[in-house]
Design a protein around this ligand. Sequence first.
Ligand SMILES: Cc1cc2nc3c(=O)[nH]c(=O)nc-3n(C[C@H](O)[C@H](O)[C@H](O)COP(=O)(O)O)c2cc1C
Ligand SMILES: C=C(O[C@@H]1CC(C(=O)O)=C[C@@H](OP(=O)(O)O)[C@H]1O)C(=O)O
Length: 347
Amino acid sequence: MKYTIFGESHGPAIGVVLEGVPAGLELDLEAMGKDLSRRSTGKDALSTARKEADEVNVLSGVFEGRTTGAPLALVIANSDQHSGDYEALRYTPRPSHGDFAGFIQSKGCLDYRGGGHFSGRLTAPLVAAGSVAKQLLAEKNVWVGAHISAVYGITDAALNDPQELRGVADKPFPVLDDAKGEEMKKAILEAKEGQDSVGGSIECAVTGLPVGLGAPDFGRNVEGIFSQYLFAVPAVKAVAFGAGVAFAYMRGTEANDPFEVVDGKVVTRTNNAGGINGGITNGMPVTFEVTMRPTPSIALPQESVDLRTGEEVEIEIKGRHDPCVVHRAVPVIEAAAALAACEVLGI
Ligand SMILES: Cc1cc2nc3c(=O)[nH]c(=O)nc-3n(C[C@H](O)[C@H](O)[C@H](O)COP(=O)(O)O)c2cc1C
Ligand SMILES: C=C(O[C@@H]1CC(C(=O)O)=C[C@@H](OP(=O)(O)O)[C@H]1O)C(=O)O
């Protein structure tokens, strides 16, 4: 499958075209709607106040409830744009958003309203595409789950078994330990109160991938394939597999995953490698953590440059921004992982 996401945050609609979807899948639009509502806006003070229904209109690729194999076009309308909030920012880019790089790359023709095509809004169609991927993976007993692993240095309980993630998806704030979740929420609201934002991380597991997929080489390496999809999510700045950055503090004796036989199957007792050795799946769950930066649009004054005059200026960003993107991004990371898992499986 190949996907193309289109649209701008303040344009009429956003959407995705998925090519190469196998024919015959009975598309579960209710499951898709559930994932979209996990990501949705305007629910509480922890997220942007913009309110979008995020209803999916299936334009093509489905007939009598089943995929036909033709390109699947899913469209989501935009309705609650406040484009006036962005007028003053047209030539004075927001630090760390896509404004400056996008302005130069587009030769000044950028749709700067609401972050245009760079907006986190574009993760709605990604979640829709990810839902299709999850449904295809379910036919092969492959499952994807995730939780918030940290917000502003406050960490969730350690994930011992990916099955613990099964109950997390239905929680409004998807953590394993709800008490830690309350601390994280407090940190988000405190940052918001101070006209600031916070970053964090999401841990994700993909279970059921068979041993032997991928290759050590560029282009077919399983860590590389997952990373391509994950870094395409706005605000993702790091991806680490298995024990990840903690390897820097370990000896081989702690880091190595000993082999054992369980029910006649070769498995590893620990999974520090995150289910991948030599770029190839080893049959254990593929596990990874993504780090997401603090939301760039903060209300405090910031330094910018007027691109028309070259003059250094101070800007103040108005509007409705997420004080933290992490909690809404959990289904987004699952979606990116599901699409990556499909590629690894050759779907
Ligand atoms: C779900 C989600 C919501 C986001 N909400 C906002 C937001 O309200 N304001 C903002 O400035 N950035 C937000 N972002 C982050 C920006 O879209 C992102 O930082 C920007 O596109 C630049 O990309 P980069 O951080 O990957 O370099 C959000 C990202 C995601 C995934
Ligand atoms: C609309 C969504 O999030 C938006 C992501 C976003 C950004 O810059 O990434 C900026 C804000 O846009 P606006 O200023 O138009 O309210 C968020 O509300 C969404 O996720 O559906």
